[in-house]
Design a protein around this ligand. Structure first.
Ligand code: UD1
Length: 429
């Protein structure tokens, strides 16, 4: 198992361009299944999750080439409609292939998706949307056999909760369905807009992306296109908290500041000076951060659950008490006991954490519990006294491209401790 070794206490400075969005790239890559011809996707982050998505595309008969951050997908006429269980288990977003495979083949076989252990993560809303579009679902000893025997047909889908993945699946299945589809109470995340922008460039007719009602006029076919994935707002938020806890002064480039409208005011509340110029965000942090009153996670445009862990790390060293409420996932405070090992004062009750800021954290051996929880431990390590070892980097590698290299460029003292035989831990295992 590999680990990040961090010697904390160095002030971050300089500038950094943020990677493309993982949560945009994955559904867009899945969407290429629906397209006849070639799709060229730029700004695709090099992550274990994108590698897994590419392996699924190849399994489903596509030719895929990666050159740097550009991925080219050539869809074949292949009719493979089953994702092998080992690939389904590797990541949660494998489930987003369901709508795309159904749109292409009219039939799909998947098993329960894997991913971070942050709660139950059921897929009932995904299956509800597919059923509304004319799909039958049979549970065959753990394998879900989904079939649109008479073809997909447009319908009205009303979600009880604006699930990101279920909205993506509904869009993917509806773009080539017969007739019109209306999706009510859909997710409004920027990644949904990016997916719909990509599909519209390919010839889809989707309206309302980014609002709570999306309408889709089904089309017979889609053609290839070139697309640039948007900037990763969660990676940006992570670097911003790392800069804040170290009293740093950094310009973060290539962002979409509008996507961080619930995040930047909290950094200001913590006493940071935040200046936005076009795609760049300059942040200057004080020596000691102020408390943030409340951090409450909500669907977009509310504060993102994916940024909760790194802001918890920030609150541990602020002056005063911060209350954090995790509303989206039921078990997303697993980084808390690890932060406590580093000297943080945190009490939790259910989905609420009360963080009483301390003057400083102390380096410790800690264990990354999931992707964003792992990033939070790195953020904590950057401002802790002495050496922190964050074990289990495979989770962090799912979402952060060149994480330790980027932090080193900003003057952090961090390196990856590799296995005894000199190899990096394989994040795909
Ligand atoms: C996506 C993001 C993830 C982010 C989350 C919320 C990707 C690859 N992942 O995950 O990083 O944390 O949005 O912003 O884009 N739910 C159900 N039934 C369902 C689906 C979801 O009850 O069928 C519940 C979930 O258990 C959870 C909540 O809805 O409590 C939100 O989940 P959802 O928005 O679907 O998140 P994901 O698409 O899994």
């Amino acid at each position: 198992m590999s680990a990040f070794v961090i010697n904390g206490g160095r002030r971050l400075s300089g500038s950094l361009a943020v990677q493309g969005s993982k949560n945009s790239a994955l559904p867009i890559l899945a969407a290429t299944l629906l397209v006849h011809g070639e799709c060229v996707i730029h700004n695709c982050p090099a992550l274990s999750d994108t590698d897994c998505t590419i392996r699924i595309l190849k399994e489903l008969g596509c030719k895929v080439m990666r050159s740097g951050n550009t991925v080219t997908v050539q869809n074949s006429g292949s009719n493979v409609f089953e994702i092998p269980e080992n690939l389904m288990r590797e990541m949660r977003s494998s489930v987003v292939f369901l709508g795309a495979i159904l749109g292409k083949c009219g039939k799909a076989i998947i098993s329960a998706p894997g991913g971070c252990e942050i709660g139950l993560r059921p897929i009932d809303l995904h299956l509800y949307a597919m059923k509304r579009l004319g799909v039958t679902v049979d549970d065959n000893y753990g394998k879900l056999v989904c079939e649109a025997k008479e073809g997909l047909r447009g319908s009205k889908i009303t979600f009880s909760f604006p699930s990101v993945g279920a909205t993506e699946n509904a869009v993917l299945a509806a773009v080539r369905a017969k007739g019109n589809t209306t999706i009510v109470n859909c997710a409004r995340e920027p990644e949904i807009i990016d997916l719909c922008d990509f599909l519209n460039k390919c010839g889809a007719r989707i309206n309302g992306a980014g609002e709570s009602i999306i309408t889709i006029e089904g089309v017979a076919s889609l053609k290839g296109c070139e697309h640039n994935v948007i900037c990763d707002r969660i990676a940006a938020a992570t670097y911003l908290t790392a800069i804040a806890v170290t009293g740093g002064d950094v310009e973060i480039c290539n962002t979409v500041p509008g996507h961080l409208s619930s995040v930047l005011p909290l950094l200001e509340e913590a006493g940071c000076e935040v200046r936005v110029r076009c795609k760049n965000i300059r942040i200057k942090a004080p020596r000691r951060l102020n408390r943030i009153d409340k951090i409450i996670t909500q669907p977009y445009p509310g504060f993102p659950t994916d940024a909760q862990a790194v802001f918890t790390a920030l609150a541990t060293v602020a002056q005063g008490t911060t209350v954090i409420v995790e509303n989206i996932f039921e078990s997303r405070l697993k980084h808390v006991p690890e932060l406590v090992r580093m000297g943080a004062r945190i009490r939790t009750e259910g989905r609420v954490a009360v963080v009483e800021g301390v003057e400083r954290l102390y380096g410790a051996d800690v264990f990354s519990p999931d992707l964003r929880g792992g990033a939070a431990l790195v953020v904590a390590g950057l401002c802790a006294n002495g050496e922190t070892v964050v074990k289990n980097t495979r989770f962090i590698d799912r979402g952060y491209e060149d994480f330790e290299d980027n932090l080193c460029v900003l003057n952090a003292d961090i390196y990856r401790k590799v296995k005894k035989d000199g190899r990096k831990e394989n994040p795909e295992k």
